[in-house]
Design a protein. Structure first.
Length: 157
């Protein structure tokens, strides 16, 4: 096979590496957001009563089954202003949560949008760990793929 075949093949593999880099970056941003919020939990001295305002449905499937999961959007009021917390890390099977369910919310008094719904703190910590693991795995794959592509392209040229 000639060099043009290898150029195209390594170019294709390089694009796959870039797509994996985007996935690693996405997991990094999720990890960073959860980590920042959890680090600030010591500042969250004020509390409010939050209620599930909305349930967002997500359809899942595998080879044999299809099902629907939901995660809650909790709203709470501070000084007459309504805030919402999107709890996508608290995904459960459909029917687990009910609209109007009440949950205590801890927030930073000077920054009410920075909050933790106390009941979902453990799920938040688990989601943080999962995102860290996914970021590391994708990061290793990206480094391996991109390094091998560059090395083989240099050898080819």
């Amino acid at each position: 096979m000639d060099a043009s075949f290898y150029l195209v093949m390594y170019g294709f593999i390089f694009v796959i590496g870039l797509l994996l880099a985007v996935a690693a970056w996405t997991y990094f941003r999720r990890f960073q957001k959860l980590s920042t919020t959890l680090k600030r939990s010591g500042e969250m001295t004020a509390t409010a009563n939050g209620t599930i305002k909305e349930l967002v449905s997500i359809r899942r499937r595998n080879r044999s089954f299809r099902w629907t999961n939901q995660y809650p959007i909790v709203s709470y009021t501070v000084n007459g202003r309504e805030y919402t917390a999107k709890l996508d890390y608290a995904e459960q099977r459909s029917g687990y949560y009910t609209t109007g369910g009440s949950y205590p919310v801890s927030y930073v008094p000077s920054e009410p949008e920075c909050c933790i719904v106390e009941e979902f703190r453990k799920k938040m910590e688990r989601a943080k760990k999962s995102n860290l693991i996914a970021m590391v795995v994708f990061g290793i794959l990206v480094c391996n793929i991109l390094a091998s592509c560059v090395i083989n392209l240099v050898k080819l040229i």
